[in-house]
Design a protein around this ligand. Structure first.
Ligand SMILES: *Cc1c(COP(=O)(O)O)cnc(C)c1O
Length: 369
């Protein structure tokens, strides 16, 4: 770099030394990684295997023509909130919408976490819960799931009593293990938690029970959902939570103004015209999930029963990472969890189309033969 006037920059201002170090805690962190590899069969990120209905895409395309592009969007996203409130039988004041449920979680932690505060998680679970907690300066208290990856009530009691967390995360169905939290477990956690309980329900449409039934003005419970999975809208980045209006009012203060663009508000609202179609798709994926579980059951693998659109399994005789690579060589990409803490040797496969699931099962059969 050259100083004004053409003289060489003084020492200490060369390119390397001008690189400002981030916060100490950020410097020590790893980012979130999920390899996006271009292969024929992509079963690694729990997306829906099909695009949204053509009628939805056509309606969005038409509506885009009416956007007032020179104006800021409706800051409260009132139309979308109203539709989501109707869908869940709550009031619009009980709905908060953001750019993916990851942003919902971030705003929750910016509001209720932060320095001097604690979030509790039960591992193994969705990595972003503890990651976003740390990014917001929130201490993380970690509980352990049992050998079947279920949340153990005694462990919940221990962690909540010791850490007194402001925020307690449950994930139902749990990513990456697939099990659903029972009503009894969520209620027991609510009874013990000193702060807010967050139930992340990114996959609830594949499960028989939802904590949405427990949401009430007087209950410190929020349930988060996403358009990324069931709704075939991962590209749109849209998620929301349902909870007490006093929580939503605080989140509205914290989130950036006009965070939800006009295009996304339209896409979300129009998607809700296709609830029946989406429910049909979810039930097809549940059938396919059963077929994958049955197929895995005939191979030398440990399989964890799933209530989501993915299945966690561990090959018994071959190292997980080697199986992952051999599947990739056969054009099938799954998630390699084999080096993740507590998931030694495990892989996670997303339920795809029937043809994709056939290819996965055939490739795995060949690899494990
Ligand atoms: C995929 C996923 C999300 C979704 O995040 P978006 O930001 O809405 O795409 C949230 N929670 C869990 C547990 C997930 O697996």
């Amino acid at each position: 770099m050259t100083a004004p006037g053409g003289a060489p920059a003084a020492s200490g201002t060369d390119a390397a030394s001008r690189r400002l170090a981030p916060r100490d805690d950020v410097a020590l962190m790893d980012g979130y990684h999920s390899p996006q590899v271009d292969v024929a069969v992509r079963l690694n990120t729990n997306e829906a295997p099909e695009p949204p209905p053509a009628a939805f895409v056509e309606a969005v395309t038409r509506a885009v023509g009416d956007i007032e592009w020179h104006r800021y969007p409706d800051r409260a996203a009132s139309g979308l909130r109203r539709r989501l409130a109707d869908l869940h039988g709550v009031r619009p004041e009980q709905v908060f919408v953001a750019n993916g449920s990851n942003e919902v979680l971030q705003v929750l932690l910016l509001t209720y976490g932060g320095p001097g505060r604690t979030a509790a998680v039960f591992e193994p679970t969705y990595a972003l819960h503890s990651h976003i907690a740390r990014l917001t300066g929130t201490r993380v208290a970690t509980g352990e799931r049992d050998a079947d990856h279920a949340v153990d009530p005694a462990e919940v009691e221990r962690v909540l009593a010791e850490a007194r967390p402001e925020v307690t995360f449950l994930c139902s169905p749990n990513n990456p293990t697939g099990g659903v939290e029972s009503a009894a477990s969520v209620s027991a956690t609510l009874g013990l938690a000193p702060g807010l309980v967050v139930v992340d329900e990114a996959y609830s449409q594949f499960a028989p029970w939802s904590a949405m039934d427990l949401v009430d003005e007087d209950v410190p419970l929020v349930v988060t959902r996403t358009f990324s999975k069931t709704w075939s809208m991962a590209a749109a980045r849209l998620g929301y939570l349902v909870g007490p209006s006093w929580v939503v009012a605080e989140l509205d203060k914290v989130v950036l103004p006009y965070h939800l663009d006009a295009f996304k508000q339209i896409a979300g609202t129009l998607a809700l015209d296709h609830v029946d179609e989406m429910e049909r798709r979810a039930s097809h994926l549940v059938e396919e999930r059963g077929r994958i579980e049955a197929g895995l059951g005939e191979l030398p693998c440990r399989v964890w029963p799933s209530q989501a659109n993915f299945v966690l399994f561990r090959p018994e005789s071959v190292a997980g990472a080697d199986v992952w690579r051999a599947l990739l060589d056969r054009g099938v990409l799954v998630r390699d969890c084999s080096s993740w803490p507590r998931l030694d040797g495990c892989l996670r496969v997303t339920v795809g189309t029937p043809a994709e699931n056939d290819r996965f099962l055939a490739a795995l059969t060949e690899v494990l033969a």
